[in-house]
Design a protein around this ligand. Structure first.
Ligand code: NAP
Length: 259
């Protein structure tokens, strides 16, 4: 299917690896020029070079921490006119409800709620003026089904979800859509780190932890970044203009719910 977005320009945050990279690759495959961000310059340069070579699109790299005001300013200065925004950042660390203090919550809110909001605020006015734009926020399955040890993530992402629910209806008349993609478990470094924690706590190998988790998912495997990216690219496509303010769960059926 031609996604109808060839020649558009996308900013994909936190995109040198994992789900962000999956989104970047799928957009590039649809002919979209990219501005890519991550903190580590080396992995970012490798990803950018691989995408240029595979898809022949223009790729601008900005190595910066997207969760800081200075980092966002650097990214936005390099970004120029952006038609498609994919927000993403690392997830907060796991822990216990009684461990977290105010500073932990502020860090999580900054990274996973206030950063995407700041990027939308910066980039949507020009999208609205041009009459077309797409925003996809990478959030988490924890928005629909809480993951107890990821309380910081549950809280911050719920806040972003509430903001998007209202804001998406305000910008839709100007041709801009905002939707959230909710990953269940996907095979990325983040999943390795979570499985590593489980393995340590339970005295099992990381492979055993992975197999036990996969056994709880109806498809019996982890998702891939390529599958995730393909859904993101569709939400950013010309065909997705009637999809507004949705929270789309990609979890292999893990959440047992009728609606
Ligand atoms: P990942 O494989 O660890 O990749 C994270 C990417 O983000 C890397 O490119 C990393 O590069 C970049 N990054 C991290 N913090 C950043 C920052 N502050 N500024 C700019 N770039 C940053 O993670 P992932 O699995 O793709 O996860 C992406 C998001 O989805 C996370 O918020 C995660 O919590 C959420 N999620 C993932 C899963 C899953 O199963 N994978 C499930 C639910 C939710 P640098 O380190 O070089 O910056």
């Amino acid at each position: 299917m031609d996604l109808g977005i060839r020649g558009k320009r996308a900013l994909v945050c936190a995109a040198s690896k994992g789900l962000g990279r999956g989104c970047a690759e799928a957009l590039a495959a649809a002919g979209v020029d990219l501005v890519l961000n991550a903190r580590g310059a080396e992995a970012l340069a490798e990803t950018a070079a691989a995408i240029r070579a595979a898809h022949g699109v223009a790729v601008t790299e900005v190595a910066a921490d997207i969760t800081t005001e200075a980092g966002r300013a650097e990214v936005l200065a390099a970004a120029g006119n952006i038609d498609i925004l994919v927000t993403n950042a690392g997830g907060p660390p796991p822990g216990l409800w009684s461990d977290w203090d105010r500073e932990d919550f502020i860090r999580a809110l900054d990274a996973n709620m206030l950063t995407p909001i700041a990027l939308m605020k910066a980039l949507m006015p020009a999208m609205m003026a041009r009459g077309w734009g797409r925003v996809v926020n990478i959030t988490s399955q924890s928005v629909k089904a809480p993951i107890a040890q990821l309380g910081l993530s549950n809280a911050a992402r719920a806040g972003l979800t509430g903001y998007v629910a209202g804001t998406s209806r305000q910008v839709a008349p100007a041709g801009v859509t905002i939707n959230n993609l909710l990953p269940g478990i996907h095979a990325t470094d983040r999943a390795d780190s979570l499985d590593g924690g489980v393995a340590k706590a339970q005295g099992i190998t990381i492979e055993e932890a992975r197999q036990r988790r996969a056994a709880t998912i109806p498809v019996r495997r982890y998702g891939t970044a390529a599958e995730f990216g393909a859904v993101c690219a569709f939400l950013c496509s010309a065909h997705a203009g009637f999809i507004v303010g949705q929270n789309i769960l990609l979890d292999g059926g893990a959440m047992n719910a009728t609606l």
